[in-house]
Design a binder for this molecule. Structure first.
Ligand code: SF4
Length: 494
């Protein structure tokens, strides 16, 4: 049984990071590799902090884990050192715990009861426990292909090989369907491959999981744009159901700030994709920050990815701008609102390495040189508020402006939904006003037999939501093809 006083005996201890200077010298993951024995001992102690709450807010609900991860259960198994059963219980709800363990901002930790009070010492290190279970699972050979013993004789096409598409494909293959995943890029993984930097998750982590899917029988086709290289007619003829997991990669642009047309101003993905390709050995990045004064506009995950990437490329300086004020830390926020934990997590490891952040500021002008290349930005202090109709407004709060150097500006201000693609036209699917693909309660789009999941349905979101939607759409497709399904369905369409 869990020790209800464990959190009083053991302070929260996060995983050890490598020294910042060492991290900047390579592209390897930020977190240090520690002796497995030491790691396992520390994580077992951390798992002891879990109180096995009567109502575990971490586990599900509006604030907790969308996958319904059995967090108190595997915390207890880890505490007892039963890694094999912990692995089994973790994989029961999550196809790819190594992805979430490394990439998810952990809404479960925000929802943990121990995040309420300063005296409790902070949430249970759920993410660290999850990642360690995943690591031990691979180290001990506990992750094996699951061979389906049934064959439905039905064929399913999954379009897109990001986390949502891969989760849907794995579930459907295991349910006995013949699944082919189509990827328009030359390599599999979607955002996991070309969006997420190597220092957050090394690509070999993705590749070993893809190998498992292959051995289970999922087929993959790369370099194929469905709707072009494989026509909609062929798609319809060859498959009984189609899952759209095409992501929401249309980057939001800045259409109003004077000087946006200058050279040297790019959307974040225009920086991240070639940088990731360079790590894959595809040659130097087309947009390289070496020796440049880099300004990143936008304070979220993607901005932090650009920040760490620019620092590793050898930028002369890196500055990240956020229109919102600096979030309080748990220690200095006297009101102690719950949850306060995610606000702390808005500081990413990349911010400890180099560079600077400015809060409550906005660029009001990009300033170029005679060649039409950006060289400076003009900033003003602002606050964000809502007008009478509830629309977001950015209001200047100072007469003073600040002019700073900027040779490379990266816009990390969000995504506007699904990219335009012939496939959607061919299927007769129209996007919502949010730029996403809508569906009914059975995840089916306007096109019969065509389903949607992940960012394409939800809008740009967390990897954990992508996996949860991929698992849920698999249940819906299985039901569509066979009349019933035993596959889990952790979430419903929004
Ligand atoms: Fe454990 Fe926190 Fe979940 Fe409670 S809310 S069961 S303490 S992880």
């Amino acid at each position: 049984m869990a020790d209800p006083y464990g959190f009083l005996k053991h302070p929260r201890k996060d995983a050890k990071k490598r020294p910042a200077a060492e991290r900047l010298d390579d592209w390897h993951e930020v977190y240090a590799r520690v002796d497995p024995e030491v790691r396992d001992r520390e994580v077992r102690t951390q798992a002891t902090r879990c109180m096995d709450c009567g109502i575990p807010f971490c586990h599900s609900g509006s604030a907790g884990c969308p996958l319904g991860n059995l967090i108190p259960e595997w915390n207890d198994l880890v505490r007892r050192g039963d890694w094999a059963l912990a692995s089994d219980r973790l994989h029961a709800t999550n196809n790819f715990p190594e992805f979430t363990g490394k990439l998810c901002p952990a809404p479960c930790e925000a929802a943990c009861v121990l995040a309420i009070s300063h005296d409790a010492g902070g949430a249970v290190t759920i993410k660290r426990v999850e990642e360690t279970i995943a690591d031990v699972s691979w180290e001990q050979g506990l992750v094996q292909p699951w061979q389906s013993h049934v064959s439905s004789g039905k064929r399913v096409a999954v379009v897109g090989s990001g986390p949502a598409g891969l989760a849907a494909a794995q579930q459907l293959t295991r349910a006995g369907h013949e699944v082919t995943v189509y990827e328009r890029d030359d390599r599999l993984g979607g955002l996991l491959r070309y969006g997420i930097p190597e220092f957050k998750m090394e690509k070999k982590v993705l590749d070993r999981r893809l190998a498992q899917l292959r051995r289970e029988g999922t087929k993959f086709v790369t370099g194929c744009e469905v709707g072009v290289d494989l026509t909609v007619e062929q798609l319809r003829e060859q498959f009984d159901a189609v899952v759209l997991a095409v992501g929401a990669l249309r980057g939001r642009d800045d259409t109003t700030t004077p000087g946006r047309e200058l050279k040297g101003i790019h959307l974040a993905m225009e920086h991240l994709v070639p940088a990731n390709r360079a790590c894959e050995g595809d040659g130097p990045s087309a947009i390289d920050a070496a020796g440049k004064h880099v300004v990143i506009i936008g304070g979220g995950d993607t901005g932090a990815d650009c920040y760490g990437t620019a620092s590793r490329q050898g930028a002369a300086s890196v500055l990240q701008l956020d229109q919102y004020p600096q979030p309080p830390s748990q220690r200095d926020d006297a009101r102690s609102p719950w949850p306060v934990w995610p606000w702390i997590l808005r500081t990413y490891p990349a911010h400890e390495e180099a560079g600077e952040r400015k809060f409550a500021v906005a660029v009001e002008k990009f300033i170029g040189d005679d060649e039409g290349h950006v060289r400076q930005i003009q900033l003003r202090k602002v606050r964000v508020e809502k007008d009478a109709s509830g629309r977001r407004q950015v209001v200047p709060t100072s007469e003073e402006v600040e002019v700073l150097p900027a040779d490379l500006v990266l816009l990390a201000i969000g995504f506007e939904g699904v990219e335009h693609m012939p496939l959607l036209d061919g299927l007769g699917i129209k996007l919502t006003t949010r730029g996403t693909i809508s569906c009914g309660s059975d995840w089916q789009t306007q096109a019969p037999g065509v389903f949607v999941c992940g960012d394409a349905h939800r809008g740009a979101s967390l990897v954990v939501w992508a996996i949860a939607e991929g698992r849920s759409v698999a249940n819906a497709v299985d039901r569509f093809l066979t009349g019933s399904s035993d596959l889990p369905s952790p979430v419903i369409p929004n």
